[in-house]
Write a protein that binds this ligand. Structure first.
Ligand code: 2P0
Length: 338
Protein backbone atom coordinates (compact mmCIF):
# COMPACT_ATOMS: atom_id res chain seq x y z
CA UNK A 1 0.00 0.00 0.00
CA UNK A 2 1.07 3.54 -0.69
CA UNK A 3 0.69 4.70 2.93
CA UNK A 4 3.58 2.64 4.21
CA UNK A 5 7.00 4.08 4.93
CA UNK A 6 9.04 3.72 2.74
CA UNK A 7 6.75 5.00 0.01
CA UNK A 8 5.60 2.79 -2.83
CA UNK A 9 7.77 4.77 -5.21
CA UNK A 10 10.20 7.65 -5.07
CA UNK A 11 10.86 10.06 -7.88
CA UNK A 12 13.03 13.07 -8.55
CA UNK A 13 14.42 15.30 -11.28
CA UNK A 14 18.01 16.57 -11.41
CA UNK A 15 19.50 18.89 -14.01
CA UNK A 16 22.58 18.19 -16.02
CA UNK A 17 25.46 20.59 -15.44
CA UNK A 18 28.39 22.05 -17.34
CA UNK A 19 31.55 22.96 -15.47
CA UNK A 20 33.08 26.41 -16.00
CA UNK A 21 36.03 25.35 -13.86
CA UNK A 22 36.53 21.64 -14.50
CA UNK A 23 36.86 18.65 -12.18
CA UNK A 24 39.81 16.69 -13.53
CA UNK A 25 41.71 14.26 -11.31
CA UNK A 26 40.91 12.28 -8.16
CA UNK A 27 42.69 11.93 -4.86
CA UNK A 28 40.47 8.93 -3.98
CA UNK A 29 38.89 6.76 -6.66
CA UNK A 30 36.54 4.79 -4.37
CA UNK A 31 34.93 7.90 -2.86
CA UNK A 32 35.27 10.11 -5.97
CA UNK A 33 37.23 12.71 -4.05
CA UNK A 34 38.64 15.32 -6.42
CA UNK A 35 42.06 16.91 -6.45
CA UNK A 36 40.60 20.34 -7.26
CA UNK A 37 37.37 22.21 -6.56
CA UNK A 38 35.08 22.86 -9.52
CA UNK A 39 32.29 25.26 -10.44
CA UNK A 40 29.35 24.57 -12.74
CA UNK A 41 26.10 25.87 -14.10
CA UNK A 42 23.05 23.58 -14.01
CA UNK A 43 20.99 23.25 -17.18
CA UNK A 44 17.51 24.10 -15.89
CA UNK A 45 14.97 21.58 -17.14
CA UNK A 46 17.49 19.53 -19.12
CA UNK A 47 18.46 16.47 -17.14
CA UNK A 48 17.21 13.21 -15.71
CA UNK A 49 13.96 12.14 -14.11
CA UNK A 50 14.17 8.92 -12.13
CA UNK A 51 11.52 6.79 -10.51
CA UNK A 52 12.39 4.01 -8.09
CA UNK A 53 10.39 1.26 -6.44
CA UNK A 54 10.90 -2.20 -5.04
CA UNK A 55 11.15 -4.69 -7.88
CA UNK A 56 8.17 -6.82 -8.85
CA UNK A 57 5.64 -4.75 -6.97
CA UNK A 58 2.93 -3.68 -9.31
CA UNK A 59 4.42 -4.47 -12.70
CA UNK A 60 1.72 -3.18 -14.95
CA UNK A 61 1.90 -4.54 -18.46
CA UNK A 62 2.27 -8.14 -19.64
CA UNK A 63 5.13 -7.16 -21.91
CA UNK A 64 7.03 -5.78 -18.91
CA UNK A 65 6.27 -8.94 -16.97
CA UNK A 66 7.60 -11.07 -19.80
CA UNK A 67 10.77 -9.00 -20.01
CA UNK A 68 11.28 -9.37 -16.28
CA UNK A 69 10.82 -13.15 -16.36
CA UNK A 70 13.44 -13.32 -19.08
CA UNK A 71 16.12 -12.14 -16.68
CA UNK A 72 15.39 -13.77 -13.32
CA UNK A 73 19.01 -13.67 -12.18
CA UNK A 74 19.34 -9.92 -12.14
CA UNK A 75 18.59 -8.15 -8.89
CA UNK A 76 17.53 -4.77 -10.27
CA UNK A 77 15.48 -3.84 -13.30
CA UNK A 78 16.92 -0.76 -14.91
CA UNK A 79 15.08 1.13 -17.64
CA UNK A 80 16.59 3.93 -19.67
CA UNK A 81 14.06 5.96 -21.64
CA UNK A 82 11.57 3.06 -21.31
CA UNK A 83 13.98 0.40 -22.57
CA UNK A 84 14.94 -2.38 -20.16
CA UNK A 85 18.75 -2.45 -19.96
CA UNK A 86 20.71 -5.66 -19.91
CA UNK A 87 22.06 -6.37 -16.41
CA UNK A 88 25.47 -6.81 -18.09
CA UNK A 89 25.42 -3.27 -19.49
CA UNK A 90 27.74 -0.81 -17.80
CA UNK A 91 24.73 1.47 -17.30
CA UNK A 92 22.78 -1.11 -15.25
CA UNK A 93 25.89 -2.31 -13.44
CA UNK A 94 26.85 1.17 -12.27
CA UNK A 95 23.34 1.77 -10.95
CA UNK A 96 23.17 -1.61 -9.21
CA UNK A 97 26.61 -1.13 -7.65
CA UNK A 98 25.45 2.24 -6.35
CA UNK A 99 22.19 0.79 -4.98
CA UNK A 100 24.26 -1.88 -3.19
CA UNK A 101 25.40 0.90 -0.83
CA UNK A 102 21.83 1.45 0.35
CA UNK A 103 20.28 -2.00 0.01
CA UNK A 104 21.03 -3.23 3.56
CA UNK A 105 19.03 -0.37 5.07
CA UNK A 106 16.13 -0.88 2.65
CA UNK A 107 15.36 -4.56 3.15
CA UNK A 108 18.00 -5.94 0.75
CA UNK A 109 15.49 -5.84 -2.07
CA UNK A 110 15.97 -5.49 -5.79
CA UNK A 111 14.77 -2.21 -7.27
CA UNK A 112 13.00 -1.17 -10.39
CA UNK A 113 14.63 2.01 -11.62
CA UNK A 114 13.14 4.02 -14.46
CA UNK A 115 15.29 6.77 -15.76
CA UNK A 116 14.43 9.31 -18.47
CA UNK A 117 17.02 11.61 -19.96
CA UNK A 118 15.90 14.61 -21.97
CA UNK A 119 19.46 15.51 -22.83
CA UNK A 120 21.17 13.96 -25.82
CA UNK A 121 23.19 11.06 -24.35
CA UNK A 122 25.93 12.00 -26.83
CA UNK A 123 29.56 12.36 -25.93
CA UNK A 124 30.33 15.25 -23.62
CA UNK A 125 26.89 15.95 -22.24
CA UNK A 126 27.30 14.26 -18.92
CA UNK A 127 24.26 12.14 -18.12
CA UNK A 128 25.99 10.46 -15.18
CA UNK A 129 25.87 13.80 -13.35
CA UNK A 130 22.10 14.28 -13.57
CA UNK A 131 21.61 10.50 -13.43
CA UNK A 132 23.20 9.87 -10.04
CA UNK A 133 21.82 13.10 -8.59
CA UNK A 134 18.28 12.09 -9.62
CA UNK A 135 18.84 8.55 -8.33
CA UNK A 136 19.95 9.74 -4.89
CA UNK A 137 17.06 12.18 -4.67
CA UNK A 138 14.60 9.48 -5.76
CA UNK A 139 16.04 7.16 -3.08
CA UNK A 140 15.66 9.90 -0.50
CA UNK A 141 12.05 10.40 -1.60
CA UNK A 142 11.39 6.66 -1.58
CA UNK A 143 12.90 6.03 1.87
CA UNK A 144 11.57 9.23 3.42
CA UNK A 145 14.99 10.20 4.77
CA UNK A 146 14.53 13.92 4.18
CA UNK A 147 18.29 14.42 3.86
CA UNK A 148 19.68 17.93 3.56
CA UNK A 149 21.13 18.97 0.19
CA UNK A 150 24.72 18.76 1.39
CA UNK A 151 24.23 15.10 2.29
CA UNK A 152 22.49 14.40 -1.01
CA UNK A 153 25.43 16.02 -2.76
CA UNK A 154 27.93 13.78 -0.96
CA UNK A 155 25.90 10.65 -1.73
CA UNK A 156 25.53 11.63 -5.39
CA UNK A 157 29.32 12.13 -5.48
CA UNK A 158 29.78 8.44 -4.67
CA UNK A 159 27.98 7.60 -7.92
CA UNK A 160 29.80 10.15 -10.06
CA UNK A 161 31.90 13.13 -9.04
CA UNK A 162 30.09 15.64 -11.22
CA UNK A 163 26.75 14.41 -9.82
CA UNK A 164 27.59 16.16 -6.54
CA UNK A 165 26.89 19.44 -8.40
CA UNK A 166 23.62 18.33 -10.00
CA UNK A 167 21.57 18.40 -6.79
CA UNK A 168 21.26 22.20 -7.20
CA UNK A 169 20.08 24.69 -9.84
CA UNK A 170 22.09 27.68 -10.99
CA UNK A 171 25.78 28.20 -10.27
CA UNK A 172 27.26 25.50 -8.06
CA UNK A 173 30.65 25.03 -6.44
CA UNK A 174 31.95 21.61 -5.46
CA UNK A 175 34.45 21.99 -2.63
CA UNK A 176 37.24 19.47 -3.07
CA UNK A 177 37.76 19.18 0.68
CA UNK A 178 40.83 17.73 2.36
CA UNK A 179 39.50 14.94 4.61
CA UNK A 180 40.33 11.39 3.51
CA UNK A 181 36.77 10.33 4.44
CA UNK A 182 35.13 12.87 2.10
CA UNK A 183 33.11 14.55 4.84
CA UNK A 184 34.07 18.02 3.55
CA UNK A 185 33.76 17.22 -0.16
CA UNK A 186 30.30 18.41 -1.23
CA UNK A 187 28.74 20.96 -3.54
CA UNK A 188 27.07 24.20 -2.56
CA UNK A 189 24.76 26.50 -4.48
CA UNK A 190 26.04 29.99 -5.24
CA UNK A 191 23.07 32.23 -4.69
CA UNK A 192 23.70 34.52 -7.70
CA UNK A 193 21.12 34.65 -10.48
CA UNK A 194 22.11 35.65 -14.01
CA UNK A 195 18.93 35.50 -16.14
CA UNK A 196 20.76 36.71 -19.28
CA UNK A 197 23.23 33.82 -19.16
CA UNK A 198 23.05 31.48 -22.17
CA UNK A 199 24.64 28.17 -23.08
CA UNK A 200 24.75 26.91 -26.65
CA UNK A 201 25.22 23.24 -27.39
CA UNK A 202 26.61 22.08 -30.68
CA UNK A 203 26.35 18.38 -31.21
CA UNK A 204 29.15 17.92 -33.70
CA UNK A 205 29.40 14.17 -33.63
CA UNK A 206 27.86 11.36 -31.63
CA UNK A 207 30.96 9.21 -31.97
CA UNK A 208 31.47 7.37 -28.69
CA UNK A 209 34.49 8.62 -26.82
CA UNK A 210 37.41 6.20 -26.86
CA UNK A 211 38.17 6.55 -23.14
CA UNK A 212 35.64 7.45 -20.45
CA UNK A 213 36.23 10.33 -18.01
CA UNK A 214 36.99 7.99 -15.16
CA UNK A 215 39.91 6.22 -16.85
CA UNK A 216 40.87 9.41 -18.65
CA UNK A 217 41.41 11.42 -15.49
CA UNK A 218 43.34 8.62 -13.80
CA UNK A 219 45.61 8.31 -16.81
CA UNK A 220 46.15 12.07 -16.87
CA UNK A 221 47.07 12.23 -13.18
CA UNK A 222 49.47 9.31 -13.55
CA UNK A 223 51.24 10.20 -16.81
CA UNK A 224 50.80 13.83 -17.86
CA UNK A 225 53.79 16.07 -17.07
CA UNK A 226 51.45 19.08 -17.40
CA UNK A 227 49.06 17.84 -14.71
CA UNK A 228 51.24 19.19 -11.88
CA UNK A 229 50.24 22.74 -12.86
CA UNK A 230 46.51 21.92 -13.04
CA UNK A 231 45.49 22.15 -9.34
CA UNK A 232 47.09 25.59 -9.01
CA UNK A 233 45.43 26.87 -12.16
CA UNK A 234 42.04 25.43 -11.22
CA UNK A 235 42.34 27.08 -7.80
CA UNK A 236 42.99 30.44 -9.43
CA UNK A 237 40.30 30.00 -12.08
CA UNK A 238 37.56 29.10 -9.63
CA UNK A 239 38.20 32.30 -7.66
CA UNK A 240 38.18 34.41 -10.84
CA UNK A 241 34.94 32.81 -12.02
CA UNK A 242 33.27 33.23 -8.62
CA UNK A 243 34.15 36.90 -8.63
CA UNK A 244 33.02 37.28 -12.25
CA UNK A 245 29.62 35.75 -11.38
CA UNK A 246 29.26 38.03 -8.39
CA UNK A 247 30.16 41.14 -10.43
CA UNK A 248 28.42 39.94 -13.62
CA UNK A 249 31.69 40.39 -15.48
CA UNK A 250 30.93 38.18 -18.46
CA UNK A 251 34.27 38.77 -20.19
CA UNK A 252 36.22 37.59 -17.16
CA UNK A 253 33.94 34.58 -16.78
CA UNK A 254 34.13 33.58 -20.44
CA UNK A 255 37.88 34.03 -20.81
CA UNK A 256 38.63 32.09 -17.65
CA UNK A 257 36.20 29.26 -18.46
CA UNK A 258 37.61 28.88 -21.99
CA UNK A 259 41.20 28.89 -20.82
CA UNK A 260 40.33 26.43 -18.06
CA UNK A 261 38.75 23.97 -20.52
CA UNK A 262 41.60 24.20 -23.02
CA UNK A 263 44.16 23.78 -20.23
CA UNK A 264 42.37 20.63 -19.12
CA UNK A 265 42.60 19.37 -22.71
CA UNK A 266 46.32 20.18 -22.73
CA UNK A 267 46.79 17.91 -19.70
CA UNK A 268 44.78 15.20 -21.48
CA UNK A 269 46.81 15.44 -24.67
CA UNK A 270 50.09 15.23 -22.79
CA UNK A 271 49.04 12.00 -21.05
CA UNK A 272 50.36 8.70 -22.35
CA UNK A 273 48.81 7.08 -24.27
CA UNK A 274 47.50 10.50 -25.34
CA UNK A 275 43.88 11.40 -24.67
CA UNK A 276 42.60 13.37 -27.62
CA UNK A 277 38.88 13.96 -27.22
CA UNK A 278 38.77 16.70 -29.85
CA UNK A 279 37.73 15.74 -33.36
CA UNK A 280 38.37 17.69 -36.58
CA UNK A 281 34.85 19.19 -36.24
CA UNK A 282 35.72 20.35 -32.72
CA UNK A 283 38.87 22.08 -33.96
CA UNK A 284 36.97 23.79 -36.78
CA UNK A 285 34.46 25.08 -34.23
CA UNK A 286 37.17 26.32 -31.86
CA UNK A 287 38.62 28.35 -34.72
CA UNK A 288 35.22 29.67 -35.70
CA UNK A 289 34.60 30.88 -32.15
CA UNK A 290 37.91 32.74 -32.31
CA UNK A 291 36.93 34.27 -35.67
CA UNK A 292 33.52 35.54 -34.58
CA UNK A 293 35.06 36.88 -31.37
CA UNK A 294 37.65 38.77 -33.43
CA UNK A 295 34.67 40.23 -35.32
CA UNK A 296 33.34 41.61 -32.04
CA UNK A 297 30.83 38.99 -30.93
CA UNK A 298 31.34 38.08 -27.29
CA UNK A 299 31.13 34.31 -27.18
CA UNK A 300 33.37 31.82 -25.38
CA UNK A 301 33.57 28.05 -25.37
CA UNK A 302 33.99 25.18 -23.00
CA UNK A 303 34.60 21.50 -23.75
CA UNK A 304 34.31 18.40 -21.58
CA UNK A 305 35.78 14.95 -22.05
CA UNK A 306 34.33 14.61 -25.53
CA UNK A 307 34.29 16.23 -28.96
CA UNK A 308 31.31 18.55 -28.55
CA UNK A 309 31.63 22.28 -27.95
CA UNK A 310 29.50 24.32 -25.56
CA UNK A 311 29.19 28.08 -26.13
CA UNK A 312 28.84 30.70 -23.41
CA UNK A 313 27.19 34.03 -24.22
CA UNK A 314 24.61 36.54 -23.03
CA UNK A 315 21.04 37.17 -24.17
CA UNK A 316 22.10 40.35 -26.00
CA UNK A 317 24.26 38.22 -28.36
CA UNK A 318 21.74 35.43 -28.81
CA UNK A 319 20.56 36.29 -32.33
CA UNK A 320 24.08 36.86 -33.65
CA UNK A 321 25.44 33.70 -32.06
CA UNK A 322 22.55 31.63 -33.44
CA UNK A 323 23.27 33.13 -36.87
CA UNK A 324 26.96 32.25 -36.68
CA UNK A 325 26.41 28.68 -35.48
CA UNK A 326 23.56 26.95 -37.34
CA UNK A 327 21.92 24.11 -35.44
CA UNK A 328 22.84 25.56 -32.07
CA UNK A 329 20.63 24.44 -29.19
CA UNK A 330 20.26 27.37 -26.81
CA UNK A 331 19.74 26.77 -23.10
CA UNK A 332 18.52 29.43 -20.64
CA UNK A 333 19.65 28.03 -17.29
CA UNK A 334 17.77 30.58 -15.18
CA UNK A 335 14.53 30.57 -17.12
CA UNK A 336 13.94 26.86 -17.37
CA UNK A 337 14.05 25.75 -13.77
CA UNK A 338 11.31 23.16 -13.29
C1 2P0 B 1 33.48 18.21 -15.10
N1 2P0 B 1 34.08 16.07 -16.23
O1 2P0 B 1 33.86 18.98 -14.22
C2 2P0 B 1 34.55 17.35 -15.77
C3 2P0 B 1 35.12 18.02 -16.97
C4 2P0 B 1 34.49 15.81 -17.58
C5 2P0 B 1 35.38 16.93 -17.96
O2 2P0 B 1 33.16 15.53 -14.30
O3 2P0 B 1 34.63 9.22 -12.35
O4 2P0 B 1 31.65 11.41 -14.87
O5 2P0 B 1 32.16 9.54 -12.24
O6 2P0 B 1 33.69 10.98 -10.88
O7 2P0 B 1 31.97 13.02 -12.95
C6 2P0 B 1 33.12 13.85 -15.87
O8 2P0 B 1 33.57 12.98 -14.90
O9 2P0 B 1 33.63 11.19 -13.37
C7 2P0 B 1 33.46 15.20 -15.42
P1 2P0 B 1 33.52 10.20 -12.15
P2 2P0 B 1 32.57 12.15 -13.98
O10 2P0 B 1 32.29 18.18 -15.49
Amino acid sequence: GGQANPKAAGSAFAPSNIALCKYWGKRDAALNLPINSSLSISLGDLGTRTELRIRDEGIASTSSRRAVEAMPSSLDLVYLNDALQSPDSSFAQRISAFLDLFRPMLGNAGFEVRTENNIPTAAGLASSASGFAALVMALDDFAGWGLERRKLSMLARLGSGSASRSVYDGFVQWHAGTHPDGSDSFAEKLSFQWPEFRIGILELTDAAKPVGSRDGMNRTVETSPLYRSWPTQAGRDIETIRRAIQEKDFSALGQTAEQNALSMHATMMSAWPPLIYLQPESMAMIHQVQRVRADGLEVYLTIDAGPNIKLLFLEESEADVAGSFPGLKIIKPFEEVP
